[in-house]
Ligand binder design. Structure first.
Ligand code: PLP
Length: 506
């Protein structure tokens, strides 16, 4: 811990209080270390049925007499242990989470309340259809809402995440082209793409060909014209792209592809910039995925469940995963007999709880509310861009939408890299922005505020960034050693990735 770092941050802030300071408890023992024999966090009522010998009932080989080193603690010790640990994490409920490309918006509690409604939370996927009509209606309603938002004809809710949606979408394209006689060999992907795009294409059996971005950060039309041959199955494009820049030529891009019998796949992870304003189906997209856990308010991070619905134009509908929802009159059923379907991509029908949250979010906002959220998301990002442009290098000057990408060009001349600035931001009480992505920006600082931040929070983020830019000039070494206000400062990231220690051993 460097006192200098702490004082510095206090000084810069004057009499303003930084939001997050030293954590409640710096030294929390493991539960194993707190354990002492015989302690219990529970009390069971007296047994009022005949006792059964477990070894006899289950077979001795399936029963352990003793779990070696199993921690034994009291209720209050267990509660305090986990409550203290929870204070070591940053969370959207603490403050702004400006991770670009991730759309870490605040999730209104009402969506959680709706997802916990008894009939929805306790429904079983193997319940008969006649007893699941309400759940099926939620799914039908969401499919229709997403189709309307995207300007597409049909939606599958099965895929469990964005990358899973990408794979589903590319398999749909492959199935259609195969039926037309030739699945083709290549997928074109801009150099600004998210890493999941080339990974998806490869897993779906395609070769990946990169397209360089133009000066302004968009798809280079001349390069595209040259690269689209009869071998190309599709272009995968993110719009707005990972620089936060809208593809102004998207209609032209679609025309070039369609003329050669290729398709346009849109990575919809950035739909938070478009919802209620522009519809991909209207600008030529054939198939796309959405990240409900980004745009439609499901909490994410920490590996929780997500959902990556895929929306398609009519020609791709016959290939969608089985089963499909069908309505006959008042009744909803699942249709399993679909001879062109690519098959199932997930057990059951998708991550239902996530679907409920998304529908609650969409209905609570309504059309005008969704449009408003999009406008606020863009306004917030443009506001940050204008405020930080004098302090950080902005490699692509095209108007940005819901996020903005700076580079560490100026600070790296002083020996401070984007990762150092991100670590220092932690001392000011903010989660770091996205570091070093997209790859076409050297030393990228990718910032996405989302619509859920108000002006006070954004101004305090901007002030923190400006203060750090100043520190890079006056004391670069101090920034390079940040953070100071956390339990651990820097970890050895290489060893953590290569030789992770995932288990405590006695
Ligand atoms: C988040 C993201 C993905 C992947 O989505 P997951 O739900 O994490 O699988 C793909 N593309 C872009 C541009 C993204 O931001």
């Amino acid at each position: 811990m460097s006192d200098q770092g702490m004082n510095e941050s206090r000084m810069v802030h004057g009499d303003k209080i930084t939001k997050v300071t030293t954590h409640l408890s710096q030294n929390e023992a493991l539960l194993f270390e707190r354990s002492s024999p015989g302690k219990k966090a529970y009390q069971l009522p007296e047994l009022d049925v005949p006792a059964v010998d477990a070894a006899e009932a289950l077979g001795a080989e399936n029963v352990r007499a003793e779990i070696t080193d199993f921690p034994e603690v009291s209720e209050v010790e267990a509660i305090r242990h986990f409550t203290r640990l929870s204070t070591w994490n940053y969370a959207i409920d603490y403050g702004m989470y400006p991770l670009g490309s991730c759309t870490m918006k605040y999730n209104p509690r009402i969506n959680e309340v709706v997802a916990r409604t008894e009939g929805l939370a306790w429904a079983h996927p193997y319940q008969p259809e006649s007893l699941s009509q309400g759940c099926l209606e939620v799914m039908e309603h969401l499919e229709n809402a997403l189709a309307e938002i995207c300007g597409m004809d049909a939606v599958t809710l099965q895929p469990a995440a964005g990358a899973h949606g990408e794979l589903t979408g590319i398999l749909l394209i492959r199935a259609l082209l195969e039926k037309r006689g030739n699945p083709r060999k290549k997928i074109l992907i801009p150099d600004s793409a998210h890493g999941t795009n080339p990974a998806t294409a490869a897993i779906a059996g395609y070769a990946v060909e990169n397209i360089k971005s133009s000066e302004t950060g968009g798809v280079d039309l001349a390069a595209l014209e040259q690269l689209v041959t009869s071998d190309v199955a599709a272009l995968m494009v993110t719009n707005p792209n990972t620089l936060g820049v809208f593809e102004n030529n998207i209609v032209r891009v679609a025309e070039i592809l369609h003329k050669k019998g290729a398709m346009l796949y849109m990575d919809g992870a950035n739909m938070n910039a478009l919802v209620g304003i522009a519809r991909p189906g209207d600008f030529g997209v054939d198939v796309m995925h959405l990240n409900l856990h980004k745009t439609f308010s499901t909490p994410h991070g920490g590996g929780g469940p997500g959902a990556g619905p895929v929306a398609v134009k009519k020609v791709l509908e016959p290939f969608l995963p089985t089963p499909r929802l069908r309505r006959s009159g008042k009744k909803l059923t699942f249709d399993y007999k679909r001879k062109h379907s690519i098959g199932r991509v997930k057990s059951y029908y998708g991550n239902f709880g996530v679907l409920v949250r998304a529908l609650a979010y969409i209905l609570a906002h309504g059309g005008p509310g969704l449009k408003n959220a999009t406008m606020d998301a863009v306004l917030n990002a443009v506001y940050i861009r204008k405020a930080l442009e004098p302090y950080f290098d902005l490699p692509y000057k095209s108007p940005n939408m819901h996020e903005v990408v700076f580079s560490d060009d100026r600070q790296s001349k002083l020996g401070v890299r984007t990762g150092d600035i991100a670590k220092r931001l932690i001392d000011y009480g903010f989660h770091p922005y996205t570091v070093s992505f997209p790859m076409i920006v050297h030393g990228a600082l990718m910032i996405e505020p989302t619509e859920t931040e108000g002006r006070l929070e954004i101004d305090s983020f901007i002030n923190a960034m400006i203060a750090i830019a100043g520190e890079c000039e006056t004391d670069p070494q101090m920034v390079k050693n940040a953070p100071y206000n956390t339990r651990t400062s820097r970890v050895d990231e290489v060893t953590a990735a290569r030789k992770p220690v995932l288990r405590w051993k006695p």
